[in-house]
Write a protein that binds this ligand. Structure first.
Ligand SMILES: [Zn+2]
Length: 410
């Protein structure tokens, strides 16, 4: 199911880093922040550590992504790292407010993949792969952050999430206990519960949407326990919660993300279309196959940092998959390094920091076989995530992110 978290007060979703004077906030709610708040509330209800862990483990909680409260939300996600926009005037062209409108955001993953697959078949192109803005001809640069898709009349409006920040507060916090102490002074910046209205010159509330799945039989009880603790104010999210930050309400919600099968089929159709278009541009097109090699092409898109290991168990930014009897290496990977930090839910102690592949990282794979055989494995990947520390929300992923289909400016 999908749930929506509505902040009632400013919220600080960050970790205090050892080398920093700043307590900055993330723009999304990591799964571990929800688990942490829930565990805290259970402790206040007098539950012991064993009961807390058992209860918190009975729900699989995903990461929650921001969107303005405006019209009907279809879904909210991080942009994949293959998304690009005009260097001169970046941003979605479907945004209703002309002040927020740009020359469009486009995804480059499928064109790059088609180009690479054709090159592997010996295609010669007169020019290297490059994209320029359709509107002004300027260069494109990577576009990152979170976006949401809303029903807008008969069409869809794409909105980039524009965070607002609450006035900075000087606070002293212990890195170890997250309690106020006199010796360390931090500057905290909190995410406001409001953002600019997509149509009018006023503000609107934000909410965060994410996945919650049941892993045990007592799902109803666990879900109502989480709701009661957050909605009754028994606990709050993020840092400085004892000072009134991070109060939220959580409710079940409806999201209309295309199904896994629809996304994989759409991905392969678009890949075939771009193969044909690019093949026609090759200098030796008559020597090239009319269609890409058979099988299923798909991507794994990280919705959270991924703590990945290579086949020798060493930290890596690349993702290798074992699906059934096939070991798959990426045909194409777009990633950058990040750090996975966090706090232990039960003990309030910092966890070790690991190298991680950044949120939005994308890896393209080829499965030899038909889609019906691949689907159960792909479903399991989406349900369980990839890499390590998944219970904290790291490695949450989506197969064939819907934005990969946007090969023309949105
Ligand atoms: Zn432009």
């Amino acid at each position: 199911m999908w749930a929506s978290i509505e902040p009632q007060t400013p919220i600080i979703l960050g970790d205090v880093r050892g080398d920093s004077q700043f307590l900055t906030t993330r723009h999304y709610i990591p799964a571990r922040a929800v688990r942490g708040a829930w565990a805290n509330g259970l402790a206040r209800q007098g539950k012991n550590t064993e009961e807390i862990l058992r209860t918190v483990d009975s729900l699989r909680i995903g990461n929650f992504f921001p969107a303005p409260a405006w019209r009907e939300l279809r879904y909210a996600l991080p942009l994949p790292m293959s998304a690009m926009s005009c260097k001169r005037k970046g941003g979605f062209r479907t945004a209703p407010d002309p002040d927020q409108r740009g020359h469009g955001v486009v995804d480059t993953l499928i064109p790059r993949l088609a180009y690479r697959l054709l090159e592997a078949k010996g295609a010669h192109f007169a020019v290297p792969f490059a994209l320029s803005c359709r509107e002004c001809g300027d260069r494109m640069e990577p576009e990152s952050g979170f976006y949401s898709v809303h029903r807008y009349g008969n069409q869809s409006a794409y909105l980039a999430f524009r965070p607002r920040f609450h006035a900075q507060t000087k606070v002293a916090i212990s890195r170890h206990r997250r309690a106020a102490v006199e010796s360390m002074l931090y500057t905290a910046s909190a995410l406001s519960p409001y953002t600019s209205h997509p149509e009018k010159d006023e503000e609107t509330r934000i909410h965060f949407v994410g996945r919650i799945d049941f892993t045990k039989d007592d799902e109803g009880r666990a879900w109502s326990s989480l709701q009661r603790i957050l909605n009754d104010g028994l606990s709050a999210l993020g840092a400085l919660r004892t000072r009134g930050y991070g109060r939220v309400k959580i409710v079940e919600t409806e999201i209309s993300l295309p199904t896994l099968k629809e996304r994989v089929e759409g991905f392969n159709q678009t890949l075939h279309k771009l193969w044909r278009e690019l093949r026609a541009l090759a200098l030796n097109s008559h020597n090239l196959p009319a269609e890409p090699p058979e099988g299923v092409y798909f991507t794994v898109d990280l919705l959270a940092p991924g703590v990945l290991r290579d086949e020798h168990g060493l930290p890596s930014l690349m993702l290798t998959l074992n699906l059934g009897d096939q070991t798959l290496q990426p045909l194409l990977g777009i990633t950058r390094p990040d750090m996975a930090s966090g706090w232990c839910v039960a003990w309030g102690l910092p966890r070790p920091t690991h190298l991680a592949a950044r949120i939005g990282s994308v890896y393209a794979f080829h499965w030899e076989g038909d889609l019906e055989k691949a689907l159960p494995y792909l479903e399991a990947l989406e349900r369980e995530g990839v890499g390590q520390r998944r219970e904290e929300g790291f490695g949450e992923c989506l197969i064939c992110h819907p934005f990969h289909l946007e090969v023309e400016e949105k």
